[in-house]
Design a protein around this ligand. Structure first.
Ligand SMILES: Cc1cc2nc3c(=O)[nH]c(=O)nc-3n(C[C@H](O)[C@H](O)[C@H](O)COP(=O)(O)OP(=O)(O)OC[C@H]3O[C@@H](n4cnc5c(N)ncnc54)[C@H](O)[C@@H]3O)c2cc1C
Length: 380
């Protein structure tokens, strides 16, 4: 296993690092504004920092998945919400690359990598997200296309130009009757509603209703009825990326907290001189480093075309919980100032918490790990 950073990777990381100060400055303002401006996306896109693993012919850079993960970790130190553009972009781009027609690929992939547009992913529904193989959204064949009815829940619900959705296309129960589609969100019958979330407010999550919404036959992704086995594979990638996304936010908070411990005084000494302050930070550094290594290993396995579903599930349940705990500890170390909205720590805590739920809860990730080890018939 080799996670060393070669010259090509380094040039991406240098470009990411160059954007960090300006992105960090706008982190809290973008929450107040409730949006990630188009220029932020296109600035990242023009530096090759969105889904660089996509082949050059579709607007990407043909880079390694590991590079994408490292870029996300760097940018997330500045603003975790902005890196939803990378995480959702890479997830959807991979689904399209493997399952979409050439026409759809050439139309949408360059828009994703340039930051010109966002394609969201709508797997969950208001009635349930964990049981993703049992959607209420239906797609019925009509007039050389499909007619959709139902509601999906997704990040970027308000600002995305299109979304990938999973819908029931036959009465066959569970995964076998499920198909995936790309749906442009300016089509007739689409109604978007913003959710009133406690965090990730710049991303703007929401519900998207489809009321007799027609899409052409060519918008089917992969084979009819095979979405669950074909399209779900993309989530192994996004789970490792989410791990690095939350680690970036926690790492930045920890760096700030070491500095605070060096300079803040109590009982006539720097608080870092108290073991009760320094040791939890030392533990946090250890945990972040271990989780980062797990995420890098998972992406290395992906790049080597080796199975990595189990490792991806580990990244997804552990990193967001651990990052939340680290940020919580750092907030407490800042005392009353950690509790102020002036510092970005409380926002990071709220933003990271969402990723203990989004893309699948810890229980669902542990189901994947248990089934992998026990075999499906012996697992929960
Ligand atoms: C910040 C954020 C971003 C999101 N972005 C997206 C997005 O872009 N696209 C999208 O499609 N969805 C998105 N979601 C929705 C998210 O994927 C779902 O909320 C999640 O999968 C859980 O579904 P649910 O909320 O319906 O909970 P439910 O499925 O109703 O589960 C409720 C509780 O029961 C537990 N549970 C359920 N089944 C089992 C089981 N078999 N064993 C043990 N425990 C179980 C769950 O772990 C959970 O704690 C996002 C959510 C958040 C918070």
């Amino acid at each position: 296993m080799d996670f060393s950073i070669d010259d090509a990777m380094q040039s991406y990381l240098d470009r990411a690092d160059a954007l960090v100060p300006q992105l960090a400055e706008g982190y809290q303002q973008r929450e107040r504004d409730g949006c990630i401006p188009g220029e932020v996306r296109t600035t990242m896109g023009s530096s090759g920092l969105i889904a660089p693993e996509i082949p050059v012919e579709y607007g990407g850079q043909g880079e390694r998945a590991l590079t994408s993960g490292m870029i996300i970790e760097r940018l997330s130190r500045a603003d975790l919400n902005v890196t939803y553009v990378q995480v959702v972009g890479s997830l959807v781009a991979q689904i399209l690359l493997r399952n979409a027609s050439e026409e759809l690929k050439h139309h949408w992939l360059p828009k994703i990598t340039s930051g010109d547009d966002i394609v969201a992913i709508g797997l969950s529904e208001p009635t349930g997200g964990s049981d993703a193989g049992n959607p209420g959204l239906t797609a019925v064949r009509r007039d050389d296309g499909w007619v959709l009815n139902g509601t999906k829940s997704m990040s970027f619900a308000v600002h995305a130009g299109a979304t990938v959705v999973f819908a029931r296309t036959s009465e066959d129960r569970r995964g076998r009757g499920i198909s995936a589609f790309l749906v442009e969100l300016d089509r007739d019958g689409v109604v978007k509603t913003r959710t009133n979330d406690m965090g990730t407010l710049a991303v703007v999550r929401g519900f998207v209703e489809f009321n007799d919404t027609w899409i052409p036959e060519g918008n089917l992704l992969g084979e009819e009825g095979a979405a669950f086995s074909q399209v779900m594979q993309g989530f192994d990638f996004s789970r490792a990326l989410i791990g690095l996304q939350v680690i970036g936010a926690a790492r930045q908070t920890l760096t700030e907290t070491w500095e605070y411990a060096r300079t803040r005084e109590a009982f006539d000494q720097n608080i870092g001189q108290f073991q009760g302050v320094a040791f939890p930070l030392a533990e946090a550094d250890t945990l972040l480093t271990a989780a980062e290594t797990l995420c890098h290993k998972t992406l290395w396995l992906k790049d080597a075309d080796l199975p990595h579903s189990k490792e991806a599930a580990m990244c997804k349940w552990w990193a967001p919980k651990m990052a939340y705990d680290v940020i919580h500890q750092c907030l407490l170390t800042h005392g009353q100032f950690g509790y102020l909205k002036d510092l970005p720590i409380e926002q990071r805590l709220r933003d990271v918490l969402g990723l203990q739920i989004g893309d699948g809860t810890a229980q669902i990730m542990k189901l994947i790990i248990a089934r992998h080890n026990l075999g499906r018939e012996y697992a929960p």
